[in-house]
Write a protein that binds this ligand. Structure first.
Ligand SMILES: [Zn+2]
Length: 377
């Protein structure tokens, strides 16, 4: 396993002091940023044990199956708005072996997902994108208008999302090069463009700007300082993707907000990823950039493929078979639910290794378009 320090040194060597190239937007001036006090509701120490989540220590003694996305509850208790503040982060002690990659902020209970779906269907019906039909599982009312899965996509088949990439770093550590960022955007576009085994979702991503903030505090504990740096750095409106990179420590690779949380908390909208999860990163099995692909799937309104497990309404996408639990690694024959279809272990919205992930489905693309129309257009 590649020592983290070596990886950092390598990156430092590759990153010019003054990034050259196409960064079109410069953020806060270079130099040490202010040390920020924890944001409201995030008392020092809440949900954190300094040193515990360091990636380096995770490498030294990785829990079995580490870097799966976690389903832990929000340690801050500040994001439970019932509509799923889309988050993936952290691990929970002995639960780390089971789920690590995200940390649970992107997991919704069946009741939370049901609530989200009721609101989504109501909005879509109001936009004329519902259609009469038999109630589907999880439908708000028998006979209620159901969203036409194709309607939004027919109206706007292709959506190009402007992206601002906010590099948080600690001196040379984490100071990604513009090439690193370009590779991440390319990986994202390949995933959505149907490269590999997947469907073309109709979404594409265009880098509009890069900001760089040298702030060891923000870089080293993005969970605690999330509200502070997002408030200062976020650009654009509901349809602008703000992608932040920072070291969230041991076993944690990223998290996202969901589209339905934008209106109540627009500044918090966005995705945070570990810089070493990006293409050419140093996190073994999770360094092809699909942490970002997965998190941005949440940002576009997708649930995990294991949402609701075998029962319930699943991920509300018809062409992703139900699965009982997150996938670890890349099992060939995982089939955990009695319903038809093997587990979608290759889907970007599962938890498999990056090199196992190669597809969004057409149904997921349709859902992205519906949710986009309802919340981000
Ligand atoms: Zn997730």
């Amino acid at each position: 396993m590649k020592p983290f320090a070596a990886a950092v040194t390598l990156i430092a060597a590759l990153v010019p002091a003054v990034p050259a190239g196409t960064a079109t937007v410069q953020g806060p001036p270079a130099g040490p940023g202010p040390v920020q006090a924890p944001g409201p509701g995030k008392a020092p120490g809440s949900g954190h044990e300094p040193g515990v989540r360091r990636l380096a220590s995770a490498r030294d003694c990785p829990p079995a199956g580490a870097r799966l996305r976690s389903r832990d509850t929000d340690p801050h208790g500040t994001h439970d708005d019932g509509h799923g503040h889309g988050h993936d982060h952290g691990h929970g002690g002995d639960r780390a072996h089971e789920k690590v990659r995200e940390g649970g902020r992107n997991d919704l209970t069946p009741a939370e997902a049901h609530s989200v779906e009721r609101e989504l269907q109501s909005i879509l019906a109001g936009l004329g994108l519902g259609k009469p039909g038999a109630p589907q599982p999880g439908a708000a009312q028998p006979g209620a208008a159901q969203p036409d899965p194709q309607a939004a996509r027919r109206k706007a088949p292709r959506v190009t999302v402007p992206v601002y990439f906010h590099v948080l770093h600690d001196g040379p550590t984490g100071n990604l090069s513009n090439d690193d960022i370009r590779r991440q955007i390319q990986s994202l576009n390949d995933a959505h463009g149907g490269k590999g085994a997947g469907a073309d979702t109709g979404f594409a991503f265009a880098l509009h700007g890069v900001t760089r903030t040298d702030n060891a505090t923000w870089y080293g504990d993005p969970e605690r300082h999330e509200q502070t740096f997002k408030t200062k750095l976020r650009k654009g409106g509901a349809g602008t993707l703000n992608l932040y990179s920072a070291d969230m420590g041991e076993a944690m690779l990223g998290w996202s907000t969901f589209p339905w949380s934008y209106r109540a908390n627009p500044k918090m909208d966005g995705v945070i990823i570990h810089p070493e999860s990006m293409p050419h990163g140093s996190i073994e099995n999770f360094n092809l950039g699909h942490t970002a692909t997965h998190e941005i799937g949440h940002w576009l309104g997708l649930y995990h493929t294991f949402q609701d497990g075998c029962a319930g309404d699943g991920d509300r996408v018809a062409d992703t078979p139900a699965e009982r639990d997150p996938t670890n690694g890349c099992p060939a024959d995982k089939d955990t639910c009695p319903a038809v279809g093997a587990d979608p272990v290759h889907n970007y919205m599962d938890y498999a290794f990056d090199d196992c992930m190669n597809q969004f489905t057409k149904g997921q693309g349709d859902r992205m378009h519906l949710v986009w129309t309802a919340y981000r257009r």
